[in-house]
Design a protein around this ligand. Structure first.
Ligand code: 13P
Ligand code: SF4
Length: 345
């Protein structure tokens, strides 16, 4: 009889459990080892790591420990060109690696995976966007950084959510009419704030579109003392409930300097690593998504950011896999609109 101990647990089950524990601890051990290997190669070869706030907290932590750059997409764009390293590893989504390459064409830009794209980029194919632009030849073309290099090459300006308001305000004050792409929610937010004349592309982020007004209102009732932090890729019905609307870095800075002790956060969960690290005494709650209509999109985690892992980061630094390579002519054109973004004061 296998089940001879006092709790009558079959020995086969115990054996299985023991095996699971030991394979888990092997996993933890090997991940630690992999992290050490990443650190060794990065230091020896003077590789510069740049990672977005939505990536796995372990990737953010390694990046910080190696004096790399963990930031929002605007700072990521700037960091690549100011680093003296010849090899840069960008953990994030593809447009972030492409932006780094366009701004530093002489450097080797590699990514843990080239498959990590973005719903805004996917929803704005360059050929269709070109036709859209041709229908409005009198407009200044302003595109969000979350687009392909080909779309950036068609634009007059590239912006991120950190400076979109200021750039549109500046263009509006010069009497320019604007063609905006691809995020309709960010576009509507900017139009409401600036009253600029804006024609919009119909795109949205699969992650932020899931945040819901009613669910958030219920959570606010439960925590009336909480401040509400919302990324402007969220629908306007969610944005209208916010105390702070801003890019990832703006939301983090707001939470750092606010005297409030509680926050509800409507953006990708990866940001909680920085929020909690900087403010261990404060409480952060996830904004509700999708309610009864929840799908697997409703987890507040960008599926593409989630494709970056310790293992493929290791592969990238060790084997220099997934190098970004772009057409020279496209890079030259896209550089003009990107330079305007990074040099905008
Ligand atoms: P930030 O520029 O605010 O970091 O946003 C990038 C992004 O992809 C948000 O979904
Ligand atoms: Fe794109 Fe949304 Fe993911 Fe940001 S969170 S990278 S906008 S899909």
């Amino acid at each position: 009889m296998e089940s001879s101990n006092i709790n009558l647990v079959p020995i086969s089950l115990l054996k299985k459990h023991k095996q699971k524990i030991s394979s888990n601890s092997e996993k933890v051990f090997s991940e630690e080892l992999v992290i050490e290997k990443i650190k060794k190669i990065v230091k020896e070869e003077n590789i510069y790591l740049i990672s977005h706030y939505y990536t796995d907290p372990k990737i953010q932590k390694i990046t910080e420990e190696l004096n790399g750059c963990v930031s929002d997409s605007l700072q990521m764009a700037k960091a690549g060109s100011t680093s003296d390293s010849e090899t840069i590893v960008v953990s994030g989504v593809k447009f972030m690696g492409e932006t780094a390459k366009i701004l530093s064409p002489e450097k080797r830009i590699i990514m843990p995976t080239l498959e990590a794209t973005c719903s805004l980029d996917l929803g704005c194919p360059a050929d269709d966007f070109k036709k859209f632009c041709e229908s409005y030849p009198d407009r200044e073309i302003v595109v969000y950084a979350n687009t392909s290099a080909e779309v950036k090459a068609l634009a007059d300006w590239v912006v991120t959510s950190s400076i979109a308001l200021e750039v549109v305000d500046y263009l509006d004050a010069k009497g320019k009419k604007i063609l905006w792409a691809p995020d309709k929610h960010l576009g509507s937010y900017i139009r409401n704030q600036t009253k600029a004349d804006m024609i919009m592309w119909d795109g949205a982020c699969v992650v932020h579109e899931e945040f819901k007004h009613e669910g958030l209102k219920k959570l606010i009732k439960l925590h009336p003392d909480a401040e509400i932090l919302v990324h402007p890729e969220s629908p306007s019905s969610v944005v209208e409930l916010a105390d702070c609307v801003g890019s990832t870095s703006q939301l983090i800075n707001y939470a750092n300097s606010s005297i409030s002790k509680k926050f509800v956060v409507a953006t990708d969960k990866g940001i909680f690593y920085q929020l909690l690290k900087n403010n261990p005494e404060k409480e952060f709650y996830e904004a509700p998504t999708a309610g009864n209509g929840a799908t697997c999109n409703s987890c507040s985690m960008c599926p593409w950011m989630g494709m970056n892992s310790i293992m493929n980061l290791y592969d990238a630094v060790k084997n220099k896999t997934n190098e970004i390579s772009l057409d020279e002519a496209i890079m030259k054109k896209a550089r003009i609109s990107l330079d305007r973004m990074v040099n905008f004061k």
